[in-house]
Design a protein around this ligand. Structure first.
Ligand SMILES: Nc1ncnc2c1ncn2[C@@H]1O[C@H](COP(=O)(O)OP(=O)(O)OP(=O)(O)O)[C@@H](O)[C@H]1O
Length: 305
């Protein structure tokens, strides 16, 4: 046993015409939230299925909460919550009946589900049939289903698809609470900006391989993308000359854009303040997770020529 909540070693999943995973290795400690990122077909769902023991690796191995998911007893499954990419419910059941149904399947007490609906903000619709639920309500019901029985590990496949910005915030509030309780969370997403400050680790997958793995800060420094300084001042040309060596673009005589390595941000700021020209306005835009993700994608395109 490794002590990791999730472990993969040289994991390969090959279908007759396609390798969905191509030697994936990683180790995730307990209690962290990992964002799994990647284009369509990168292998995110396949990885989750392997972690759940729903499919068998062609080679390599996984360990989930210290167990081989293919051999683990039922008690192991009760410690895992899973929200699939496409949640399908019985339309004729109400929200609470749906949860009771899943609770029975999972061997949980079917009577204690109202609190879960409250947790995901659905208690007002507990007795309404699911067929009348909006997409966002279905996603929340899916999350409640994944939370049945206080799992130690949550695998959430694109959980925020179809949620409006308010509901996304609500969703991440629940995730924060779970993290604080020590639950390990792996969630896949295409919406990168929303993950900022909400996940501990990110793994970027590309055609079945891990392209980058680490904290968002580590990925940022690995990508080494510049911060953009947008400056408004009377004599932009003089300001540009005062910060020699920094790539700049003069938009006009009073608008300047600097491309500054993030590590030099404070040094450049000091140079600007000392340059003798009054800076009327300054906006500093740090690289976003979308920029970082695009960077790793570009790197691959360049490798392939
Ligand atoms: N049962 C299967 N048989 C054959 N190929 C499969 C099977 N399941 C997945 N694949 C292929 O493996 C690759 C990875 O698929 P996967 O669903 O894991 O990607 P994903 O990253 O989850 O994509 P998306 O973001 O679109 O959900 C794809 O090319 C897919 O077509």
């Amino acid at each position: 046993m490794s002590g990791a909540a999730l472990l993969a070693e040289a994991l390969v999943k090959a279908y007759p015409r396609h390798r969905a995973l191509n030697g994936v290795s990683f180790s995730i400690p307990p209690g962290v939230c990992l964002a799994l990122l990647g284009h369509n077909g990168a292998g995110k769902t396949t990885l989750m299925k392997l972690l759940l023991g729903l499919t068998r690796p062609t080679s390599g191995r996984v360990e989930v909460l210290g167990e081989d998911p293919l051999r683990a007893p039922l008690a192991f499954r009760r410690q895992i919550g899973f929200l699939p990419e496409h949640v399908i419910f019985h339309d004729e059941l109400t929200g609470v009946e749906t949860l009771r149904h899943y609770a029975r399947l999972k061997g949980e007490d079917p009577r204690r589900q109202v609190a879960l609906l409250e947790r995901v903000g659905l208690s007002h619709a507990a007795d309404r049939r699911v067929k009348g639920y909006s997409k966002g309500m279905r996603q929340r019901l899916g999350l409640a289903q994944a939370l049945l029985g206080r799992p130690r590990l949550l695998l959430l496949d694109e959980p925020t698809t179809g949620l409006d910005p308010m509901l996304r915030q609500e969703f991440y509030r629940v995730i924060q609470e779970l993290r604080a309780e020590g639950v390990t969370v792996m969630l896949s997403s295409h919406v990168l900006t929303e993950l900022e400050a909400r996940t501990d680790l990110a793994m970027i997958m590309e055609q079945g391989s891990v392209k980058a793995f680490g904290t968002l800060d580590a990925l940022r420094s690995q990508a080494d993308l510049p911060a953009i300084f947008r400056i408004r001042c009377a004599r932009a040309r003089i300001v540009a000359e005062s910060v020699g060596g920094v790539v700049h673009r003069l938009a006009s005589e009073s608008a300047l854009e600097l491309s500054v390595p993030v590590r030099d941000k404070m040094a450049v700021l000091r140079q600007l303040m000392a340059c003798g020209v009054e800076i009327e306005d300054l906006e500093i835009q740090l690289p976003t997770l979308d920029d970082v993700y695009a960077h790793f994608g570009r790197e691959k395109d360049e490798e392939e020529g």
